[in-house]
Design a protein around this ligand. Structure first.
Ligand SMILES: [Zn+2]
Length: 259
């Protein structure tokens, strides 16, 4: 039992090799050679499991349980040689304790923001790009779940919470977010333009904001308490109604009905 075994042991300690399995839902994030079954991965011996997973491209916001040799383990664990690591996807519906469920969307998700608001979900969004540090700071200050397709943005430590949006199509994005967080729906209660809450409005109080045709045709109005915009059951209503009905149906119909 001479030198070679001792040297092998030393290498093993310094650069452990682990066996890695990534959940099917997370395979889009990792290099193609790691998408099937278990693969061997050499780590640096000092990085935490969280760092190892993140450096493979998987945002930690998307990771549920981390199993090391079958046991649930913290992200702070430093992997040891020979360990089997299983990276599970976050469980749906995901509970976000610590604040009412509310969101902050990055600059590319304007359509999704308007659809969430249509359903009464609190969805902050700024149409100008305020930059990643400012977005992360707002997520922290207002305790909002940051929604993004930008993995770099989701990695920022200041974020209060975050979630990757898996599709680039607004209808699938909406299904993704509603399925993941199961927010309480309250359709027609929020301003799609500014996220403010709507209140019922008397025709007389909003009349000067209306065009002639609208004034004659409609009687049911709501007004945004934040920006003053007036809503009525107008030309786009049927299309929006379809979006709302589909979302309410898919979420199990547990919505507060307004308007
Ligand atoms: Zn408004």
């Amino acid at each position: 039992m001479g030198g070679p075994a001792a040297r092998w042991h030393a290498v093993g300690v310094n650069r452990p090799e682990i066996l890695l399995t990534v959940a099917p839902e997370l395979r889009l994030f990792v290099p193609s050679e790691r998408r099937e079954g278990r693969t061997a991965l050499r780590t640096d011996g000092t990085s935490t499991l969280g760092h190892v997973v993140e450096s493979l491209g998987v945002p930690l916001t998307e990771v549920g349980r981390l199993l090391v040799d079958g046991r649930e383990t913290a992200v702070s664990h430093v992997p040891r040689d020979g360990e089997s690591v299983e990276v599970c996807a976050v469980r749906r519906p995901q509970r976000v304790p610590g604040a009412p469920l509310r969101f902050l969307l990055d600059v590319h998700l304007g359509t999704l923001a308007r659809r969430l608001r249509l359903l009464g979900v609190d969805a902050a969004y700024e149409s100008t790009d305020i930059g990643d540090p400012a977005l992360a700071a707002r997520s922290a200050a207002e305790r909002r779940v940051l929604l993004s397709r930008d993995r770099g943005l989701l990695r920022r430590r200041e974020n209060w919470a975050g979630a990757f949006v898996y599709s680039d199509r607004p209808d699938e994005q909406l299904r993704d977010v509603l399925g993941r967080f199961a927010p309480e729906l309250a359709p027609w209660t929020r301003c799609t333009a500014c996220n403010g809450l709507l209140k019922e409005a008397e025709k007389g109080t909003v009349e000067e904001r209306l065009e002639g045709g609208t004034r004659r045709t409609y009687d049911v109005f709501a007004q945004c308490t934040a920006c003053g915009r007036v809503y009525w059951q107008g030309a786009h209503h049927a299309r929006l109604e379809a979006v709302v009905d589909a979302a309410v149906r898919e979420s199990g119909g547990a919505a507060t009905r307004h308007g």
